[in-house]
Design a protein around this ligand. Structure first.
Ligand SMILES: O=C(O)CCC(=O)C(=O)O
Ligand SMILES: [Fe+2]
Length: 298
């Protein structure tokens, strides 16, 4: 990702992938594979512990600290999905190190900073792909608000009757994901669900709703889901969501003015953070994202 002579090509490839697929995989990202493997093992070790140890982290209030739960949307959704998750809100207000379970503390902290470095590089390329300065996304604080999520999809004896995570789009700016070798993630491309084969050492990056909106539709936030795990080995995936942080402007979010012109009018109306948050927390993860609500029909 670093060679200057490849940069224009890289910008174009990432722009194209983010526009058409909304998902892409990065390799040669500079994070040692041993860091990825160690983090996956330590999250697995957390989930392998007896329930009475993990239940110390049970809670339902989101937004800060550390939380262990099965489904964030348990009370908003018609059915629960076949996974457990350990979450840590790493920014803008990081938890005290002691709040993070000891068995995976080092992994959570290390992955948090490596994933941020990768996300910032990708954000530079995505920003340039829109014709903006490479530092624009960082200036807009897009890498500041971040949540670590260590998912575990245990063996499911009847995988045809449930799913690991229902189809949804991610709400924020960008998601960086790594996984062990157990498959399950699928991405929607047109009307087809496409399997994402795990690549050892590869990182998956996907566009969230907020990035689709601020790019005025140039980048696409696509639906994805995880099938219930039919293998005896648990599937581990570790995600960092980069969400909305503070905004430099007047409290309203919307398509970046730099991208708009009489030929390219906004296709989304502006909205407030309150509206965004209420929309997210008021629904099950598989129901309509804010994108549908704020679309302008020309
Ligand atoms: O486990 C995965 O591969 C995907 C998880 C996911 O989509 C999410 O946490 O939003
Ligand atoms: Fe997701």
């Amino acid at each position: 990702m670093n060679s200057p002579s490849h940069r224009p090509k890289l910008i174009e490839r990432i722009r194209e992938a983010a526009a058409t697929w909304g998902f892409f995989q990065v390799i040669n990202h500079g994070v040692p594979v041993s860091v990825l493997d160690d983090t996956v093992s330590s999250v697995r070790a957390f989930h392998d512990q007896p329930l009475d140890v993990k239940s110390k982290y049970y809670k339902r209030e989101e937004g800060r600290g550390v939380m262990f739960a099965s489904n964030n949307d348990l009370y908003r959704s018609g059915a629960a999905c076949w996974h457990d998750s350990l979450q840590a809100w790493l920014g803008p207000e990081p938890p005290e190190a002691e709040e993070i379970p000891e068995v995976c503390r080092e992994g959570v902290i290390a992955w948090g900073s490596h994933a941020t470095a990768v996300a910032e590089k990708v954000m530079e390329l995505l920003s340039e792909g829109l014709g903006l300065e490479s530092g624009k996304f960082k200036e807009l604080t897009f890498s500041e608000s971040k949540v670590f999520v260590g998912h575990c999809y245990p063996y499911c004896p009847q995988p045809d009757l449930t799913v690991g995570i229902t189809a949804h789009t991610d709400p924020g700016v960008l998601t960086v994901l790594m996984q062990n070798q157990v498959p399950g993630l699928q991405v929607k491309h047109g009307d087809v669900w496409v399997d994402v084969e795990p690549v050892h050492g590869g990182l998956i990056v996907n566009v969230g709703d907020f990035l689709q909106i601020i790019s005025n539709g140039a980048y696409t936030s696509v639906q994805h889901r995880v099938l219930a795990n039919s293998s005896k080995e648990p599937r581990i995936s570790i995600v960092i969501f980069f969400n909305l942080a503070k905004w430099k402007g007047d409290g309203y979010y919307g398509p970046l003015p730099e991208l708009l012109s009489p030929e390219k009018p906004p296709i989304y109306r502006d909205f407030t953070l309150k509206e965004f948050v209420e929309n997210f927390y008021g629904k099950a993860i598989d129901s309509k994202s804010i994108i549908e609500k704020i679309k302008i029909y020309h």
